[in-house]
Design a binder for this molecule. Sequence first.
Ligand code: GDP
Length: 299
Amino acid sequence: MVLSDLGRRINAAVSNLNREPNLDEKAFDAMIKEICSALLSADVNVRLVKTLRKSIQSTVNFKDLPPQTSSNSKKRLIQQAVFDHLVQLVDPHAEPYKPKKGRPNVIMFVGLQGAGKTTSCTKLARYYAQRGFKACLVCADTFRAGAYDQLKQNATKAKIPYYGSLTQTDPAVVAAEGVARFKKEKFEIIIVDTSGRHRQEADLFAEMVQVQKAIKPDQTIMVLDGTIGQAAEAQSSAFKQAADFGAIIITKTDGGAAGGGAISAVAATHTPIIFLGTGEHMMDLERFAPKPFISKLLG
Ligand code: GDP
């Protein structure tokens, strides 16, 4: 189920209350049930949905509402509670790192191969370049043949300076060299792309830690494929443990992404989503903020 379907179903569940001549607890429970089933089919984690259900039920406590409360007031109360609780789901109450001008801001990307890391690195570099930052890219993926070429191609298209090596095999060394060079050249946004695959998952995580130690990033961003559904929670938790990232970019939210996985990843890691990838092109990057996101979702 895609995100817009989720919004439609939640909206329909709330609007159904309009048709109830006598808005009672039974109708309210039916609505919550429908909202929860919509969230579950959008791959939101079962535990989260249960918590949401309980907290909406306790916010709108039917038994405690004065008997003279009009159906309209009840409905407004319910709509507000649903909105607030959905916002809570995607809002970890953590402030993401904000790059500052006039100093180097080192941003390291992590994530599984195919998640959209390299694409998102370029999008983000371009995003900052457009906002007056001196931005550049470093390719620290020495594992996958072709990784450097791909970054080079993307960077050239976006007119972003880049650094990489075809001969150096130690990713921590390439990363450190690139960051040092760009710091010297007074770059303000230095984005480091890392490998997303290894022979063993443990090797991938060990490499991430080495690169992190070598460049001491101001921010580590995890790139998560928005289409992976329920697997998002376990994947983001594993990455969080290995390389404590401070922000998430969800990619492929165009197309058929259910979106629930993304919501579950935020909840599992208490880490804010900062951007959404909305297509394959360089411009397809949207800032993410919980309230506008849920407003848009609910139409
Ligand atoms: P990496 O292995 O994590 O570096 O992933 P890539 O950046 O190479 O991306 C993998 C594939 O996903 C490529 O075909 C990208 O064009 C595609 N991709 C990345 N981000 C998005 C997005 O937001 N939307 C869509 N539709 N495709 C994307």
